[in-house]
Design a protein around this ligand. Sequence first.
Ligand SMILES: Cc1cc2nc3c(=O)[nH]c(=O)nc-3n(C[C@H](O)[C@H](O)[C@H](O)COP(=O)(O)OP(=O)(O)OC[C@H]3O[C@@H](n4cnc5c(N)ncnc54)[C@H](O)[C@@H]3O)c2cc1C
Length: 396
Amino acid sequence: MQHPEADIVIAGGGAAGLATGLALAKSGLRVLIAGVPQSIRDDARSAALFASSFAFLDRHGLGEMLRERGWPLRAIRIVDVTGALVRSPTTTFKAIEIGEPAFGWNVANADILEALIKAARDMPGLELEHALFASCATEDGAVHVTLSDGRVVRASLLIGADGQKSAVREAASIKARIKPYPQVAITCRATHPRDHEDISTEFHTREGPLTFVPSGERRSAIVWLMRPEQADRRAALPPTEFAREAERMSGHFLGPLTLEGPQGRVPMQKLVAERLVAARIALVGEAAHAFPPIGAQGLNLGFRDCDALVRRIVEARRAGKDIGSASVLEDYARERMLDVEARSAGVDMLNTALIGNLLPLDLARAAGLSLFNAIPPLRRIAMRIGGGMPAFGAKP
Ligand SMILES: Cc1cc2nc3c(=O)[nH]c(=O)nc-3n(C[C@H](O)[C@H](O)[C@H](O)COP(=O)(O)OP(=O)(O)OC[C@H]3O[C@@H](n4cnc5c(N)ncnc54)[C@H](O)[C@@H]3O)c2cc1C
């Protein structure tokens, strides 16, 4: 059965797929998003979204509704609790040092999805489908996309925003480099008597960071990376016991923690797609890259993919070009690959240095943070790069 044509089919109703669909439909393109969830699962995950993400979201009228649901992050503090012979100095990066009131906003993933789906339902030209992407074939200058309910949609371009196990990546025969880590992230939320002062605090332990990200008045989202066997043990603990262990590991800096809501559990790996594009196919977000949540880079990187792809597509359309042509997609891939490779390598290096338990790596970590503490201009450059801004010059 042949469905009426769409200009673009997006596989994946996560943050990357929805934001891309909204931005493209707003530019007048007919877009179908497959795999929009029937209901939103809250796994206590949140995303600290930085300047580059809000630059993209604001350009398409989506930023304000996420800021309203989020909590500002005015500083990021790194505390070394590895017990290493050479300890890194505690380092605090303040947004005010780069002339910004906040680095960004921390928003619960469930709130991001709820807000984007609500906006998508009201957007003319945007069709939302629960059916998943099943397969595709490229012929006659189009991509024919088959959905899990058997419908076939003919489009100029297919965007794979379907996460780490991307079926689109597989269908396009794009290989991915995968490096599993001996780590699981446990996510939860807690209230506490002491003020977090809008500071996101990362305690670097030998098993990975334990991070408290402000998510409300005296409320934090917690992301704790640990060995899988520790995750099994801690997941079986009563919430009060789990909270006591998190308090001890973080030096009781927020006072007694009271856990609230659900807990999540995510195994950690690095994944980088060898190519971002194939014939009439482009990948964005975690379909293209994934890594542990150190420095809150994942979705920020994903939104930069969405931004670049939307820009290339809209420019091509204005110029009367085929939006799914190889030249448009190659331009997108060229623009994004360096950022994707550099962020993935950077996070891998930090994570490996942390869990490696090797003196030279501890020395390098300590030296790096000491330099940031001692040389403010260097610290400012690091802060701008971390937030996805150019090292010098204007904001994105
Ligand atoms: C513990 C943790 C903390 C994090 N913290 C941060 C942070 O502070 N800041 C930050 O920037 N990033 C953070 N990240 C990363 C961020 O969560 C991810 O980058 C982001 O959620 C990925 O979004 P996505 O839309 O690319 O993929 P996903 O969220 O995985 O969405 C993919 C969607 O595709 C759907 N799908 C799957 N198969 C198909 C199919 N065949 N057809 C159609 N649809 C399909 C799925 O159901 C899903 O809805 C964190 C990650 C973790 C694990």
